[in-house]
Design a protein around this ligand. Sequence first.
Ligand code: MSP
Length: 513
Amino acid sequence: MKPFYLTTPLYYVNAKPHIGHAYTNILCDTFARWRRFRGQKVHFLTGTDEHGTKIEKAARAEGKEPRQYVDGMVPQFESLWELLGIRYDDFIRTTEERHKQEVANVLRDLEARGEIYKAGYKGSYCTPCESFWTPLQLAEGKCPDCGREVQELAEENYFFRLSKYRDWLVSFIKDHPGFIRPEIRANEILGFLREPLEDLCITRPRARLAWGIDYPSSREHVVYVWFDALINYVSAVGCTTEEKKFKTYWPADIHVVGKDILRQHAVYWPIMLKALGLEMPRTILAHGWWTMAGAKVSKSRGNAVDPVELCKKYGVDAFRYFLLNEVTVGQDGAFSEDLLAERYTTDLANGLGNLWFRFASMLEKYFQKRIPQLAPEDLKEIKEAESTFYDLWQMVKQKMDQWDPRGALNIIWDVVTWCDGVIEDNKPWVLAKDPTKEKDLRKIMFILGENLAHVACLLQPFLPKTAEQILSRLGLKPPIRVENDGDFSKLFLLPDTLVERGGALFPRLDEEK
Ligand code: MSP
């Protein structure tokens, strides 16, 4: 089976990463972990986008050379990914030699195929957005994206023949319903493609912007930052230099991107691949934005939220849980720390954390910390619960097949709520007082433990540390893989295993203070 190849966007390094960037990578990490959990080989690529005006300006503002500046910024991304438990397989920087070489080869190939031409160009240019606009596109003479002043510019550049592929792309999108997800975004792109497509200007004159990859056939030009950056998805797997590696990984199974960069990924990128004679990625998934007071969280709006601070206060898994659970992929989410604190308390501290505490404390009190032995008839009855676990597995799997971690978490949390109900209904502390009910008490405790083990097993891709803690405390050996449905349906617990209660999984916020 081909390794599951998934990618994140390459992050601009002109500011330190914020909650929006953290979200994209947590989402991808969860998908990657889910696949590994299911026994699939994974190739998870992330990295940084380091060329272009934005970066050059940010460097100059700090009185640095761009190279020195980007080298200083990249570790902030690497250390955040480490903190958040993002287990990527490759990290590509667009300033790396391996990438630059591949970009040059790709451009030579496109030129040889007649896909690129040189032409004069005149237009209104917005420097912060690095975009040319036609008079019709301007909004009251200003940039339609950011509303800032534009400059009139005339220059010679290289153009990629985007326009001739419009009809092909429309048919491709219509013939491949899962290609752009969610569906609403596919419709948006089809709407955009109703208008004629213009060819894409893929160079910038060196005189205006020096911080870019050299354009192979002209000393006066550098490659447009978006054109360079998109190529990373194939350059990182050796598109023009490592045939075997490329064949192993390409096509990508999924490119995860934010909705603001969908057009580049769902229009430019497929056409670039088509022009190169390469296969299309299987899915492009566009997620929504995290907002605060109605505005997109971003460095330039000055409302950036620092993931490191939130993780320090609430823990990495709580942060992951909040982002994955608060919105359905594709929709926008309103971020507030109050909301995060509320979910922490209700779902994690009072939910899963408290369930574990109650279970482990009762086990300690009534069974000297050991998973109880069951009478054969009870074991038989419990084994029948295997079909319940089978259903649980099917439901979670179905959600994850639809790239829906929120849906999956909701199903897992239903089990947590169900266990709370079992405790309330059966009152183990009452059973414990009555020696004739000892058999019932054993059964209840076993059922609770078994459900907790299954919950923890399912949580491995989402809350890796918490899942590992619960599994280890139950005497199981994480990571637990579920390659076949049967692996999940079986019972996990071994009677007589010593269970460690351990510290609080999610300490109460007031206790922390
Ligand atoms: N460098 C380009 C991508 C090139 S990919 C070949 C870029 N970089 S970015 O740093 O500006 O954004 C990277 C990702 O972060 C995008 O997917 C973007 O949608 C995401 N987010 C940035 N702010 C965000 C929010 N406030 N909320 C959610 N994600 C957002 O674009």
